[in-house]
Design a protein around this ligand. Structure first.
Ligand code: NAD
Length: 395
């Protein structure tokens, strides 16, 4: 099932049959069996690279490393990237990679060898600039450094460590964009400043911890956070500054709640920043949150989304809320192409500018067409992609 319901969007946007046919399928889908002789045995990983639509620019999207990765998931995530870039007005198309292996017990040298094998197989896309990867779940800036070490082209990959051409502010870029989205939606929908806000965050990885850090710095009370092993809660607000140093919540001794309880807390904003499909019908039915801000990709099921709408709980969609990462990636790519240097403050300013302007456009469509925030963002981004197809005479 596609991420975007083109049938529904076509009630608001002049899509036409040809664009619908083009957007209804990925442009390219590639499979490789990455194999590695390792300590007398073999390490193998099914690997997928998908380009959904590159009409607006090279396919951009992270490499996910997890034993749950599939072609179907990679396809959905590539599609999301097409619309995320279009909504943020970034001239990139939608792509994604998935390496189906658990990174947990993979020795570091085997992991590096696997990434080098990935580059070996997909090198034509990386060298031609047709696809530009970045980190995603399970991969890190160090993996991107391994890719750069093979291509020797700084623009072939983003999310590199800052010392080798990475961008100051890239690490926290997605969290900064999510926190900015929470701040704007809280002001606009709840009439609240960050200082009046209570927030629960699911996920304590790159996105979750930076989102919590920025919101905390701006005065919000982050009352609950979870990671895969543990969920913690303090009504008076968690000591975020102390928690940031911990790798996982298991290292902290804060009061615990269950993972399910976190999703149902009566907070102003619930931020799913971990995995997909967590706002299910039962969570949507029972959550006490007034607002959902989707930091993770695809965190709300279709059924969950319908219930949130029926209950009048706005969901700020992933393609807007977590676009900070790809906005920063664009600046890193531009820096690599031009050889210029970028200040951290420039990274933040660019994220704030692009996300604020996309948010305002989305709100305009919400009130003009009386549609959900998700549908409004899909209307805007599909229109942008279809107009790009017309610019390039694809349709
Ligand atoms: P990460 O691997 O750094 O962190 C994921 C976190 O989620 C970890 O703390 C993990 O323990 C936790 N987690 C996993 N399953 C959980 C569960 N069932 N309950 C509670 N916590 C759970 O990943 P990340 O980079 O922070 O990405 C998180 C999400 O944001 C993903 O959906 C990713 O696609 C999306 N995203 C990431 C970026 C980025 O720049 N990193 C950009 C856009 C979107």
């Amino acid at each position: 099932m596609s991420v975007v319901d083109l049938e529904l969007v076509s009630k608001y946007v002049d899509i036409g049959d040809e664009a619908r046919q083009l957007l209804g399928k990925s442009e390219q889908e590639h499979y490789a069996n990455l194999s590695l002789k390792w300590e007398g045995g073999l390490i193998q990983a099914d690997t997928y690279v998908v380009f959904h639509c590159a009409v607006r620019g090279p396919a951009k999207g992270g490499i996910r490393m997890s034993d749950r990765v599939s072609m179907e998931e990679t396809r959905r995530l590539a599609e999301l990237m097409t619309y995320k870039c279009a909504l943020a007005k970034i001239p990139f198309g939608g792509g994604k990679s998935g390496i189906c292996i658990s990174p947990k017990n993979l020795p570091m040298e085997a992991r590096r060898a696997l990434i080098r094998e990935y580059v070996h197989i997909f090198e034509p896309f990386l060298r031609s600039g047709a696809y530009i990867p970045a980190p995603d779940l399970g991969t890190t800036p160090s993996d991107m450094a391994t890719i750069y070490g093979r291509t020797h082209m700084p623009e072939s990959v983003t999310g590199k460590p800052p010392r080798i051409g990475g961008l100051p502010g890239r690490e926290e870029a997605t969290g900064y964009g999510v926190a900015t989205s929470v701040r704007m939606a809280a002001a606009d929908i709840l009439g609240k400043t960050p200082a009046d806000l209570t927030v629960a965050v699911q996920g304590f990885g790159n996105v979750g911890r930076w989102t919590a850090k920025f919101l905390h710095d701006w005065g919000a009370k982050v009352v609950a956070i979870s990671d895969i092993g543990k969920a913690v809660y303090m009504e008076e607000g968690l000591p975020i500054a102390e928690m940031i140093a911990a790798k996982t919540l298991a290292e902290t001794s804060l009061p615990e709640i269950t993972h399910d309880e976190l999703l149902l807390l009566p907070v102003d904003a619930l931020v799913p920043a971990a995995v997909e499909n967590v706002i299910t019908d039962s969570v949507a039915d029972n959550t006490g949150a007034k607002l959902i801000v989707e930091a993770a990709n695809d965190p709300t099921t279709h059924e969950g989304d319908c219930i949130l709408q029926a209950r009048g709980i706005p969901a700020i969609p992933d393609i807007l809320a977590n676009a900070g990462g790809v906005i920063a990636s664009y600046i890193e790519w531009r820096q690599a192409k031009s050889g210029s240097l970028t200040e951290r403050s420039e990274t933040y300013a660019a994220i704030e500018k692009q996300i604020t302007s996309a948010y305002r456009e989305m709100i305009g469509v919400v009130s003009r067409e009386n549609v959900s925030h998700r549908l409004a963002s899909h209307i805007l981004s599909v229109n942008e992609v279809v107009e790009s197809m017309r610019d390039r005479s694809w349709i």
